[in-house]
Design a protein around this ligand. Structure first.
Ligand code: ADP
Ligand code: MG
Length: 212
């Protein structure tokens, strides 16, 4: 079974919904090790995406995701805006012309997206960023693809890995972004960007769980 354009649009709507629902939580996490704006930044970005969606329904998945990326770059701000922008732009570039996706397409889009975030932010696994969610989720998807798992099962595994990755940021000392200014005082707090990354991946799994 495949993820079609309507599924992608539904996922983006659900991202906006869950980010709005979790705005205060993301703000709270960012208040502990940053400047308390991550939830507000992300909500502003995904609300702008919501407004763009009606004009995107006729486009292919690659174009939809590229527009999402440009919209996030233009509206989210902070460190995370260009990084989430890159994530969606790179995924979109991989999916140019596609109107439906199988697991292999989704894996290759996420590979490009994660690679893009790593290059743009010059961060690695263990730096206490969104990558600590994205990297294990991608690895779980790659493994699921090798094992020929069904799409829904692969997405569930990716979400579980993303959740563990998000939680793994708690004992880490931040080496990138604003939280790194705190040095050892960043230890003991969950990273806000790792948390929003988990919400976005979980929304994909929740939205597409009925596909196959
Ligand atoms: P700012 O830190 O500018 O206020 P946000 O609060 O919106 O921006 O986003 C902070 C999040 O951005 C962090 O929790 C972290 O996950 C992510 N982040 C910051 N710098 C990097 C980086 N170089 N690479 C990957 N993610 C990063
Ligand atoms: Mg912030």
């Amino acid at each position: 079974m495949t993820i079609n354009k309507e599924d992608i649009i539904l996922w983006l709507k659900n991202c906006a919904k869950v980010i709005t629902e979790q705005r205060d939580y993301l703000v709270e996490l960012d208040a502990a090790i940053g400047d308390a704006d991550h939830g507000v930044n992300m909500e502003r970005g995904f609300n702008a995406v919501l407004l763009k969606l009606p004009e995107l329904v006729e486009q292919d998945i690659g174009s939809i995701l590229k527009t999402v990326g440009m919209t996030l770059v233009a509206t989210v701000g902070g460190a995370s805006g260009p990084l989430y922008g890159t994530f969606f732009l790179q995924a979109g570039a991989k999916l140019t012309g596609k109107v439906e996706l199988n697991l292999a397409d989704w894996v290759s889009a996420l590979e490009a997206a994660v690679q893009g975030v790593m290059m743009r932010g010059k961060a690695q696994a263990g730096d206490k960023t969104m990558l600590d969610t994205f990297i294990p989720a991608l690895q779980a998807l790659q493994e699921a693809q090798t094992e020929n798992l069904r799409l829904s099962e692969a997405l569930q595994k990716a979400t579980a890995a993303a959740e563990k990755g998000m939680q793994s940021t708690i004992p880490l000392q931040a080496r990138k972004g604003r939280a790194s200014y705190l040095g050892e005082r960043s230890i003991g707090h969950q990273d806000p960007g790792a948390t929003s990354a988990y919400l976005i991946l979980k929304a994909a799994s929740d939205t597409w769980s009925a596909i196959a």
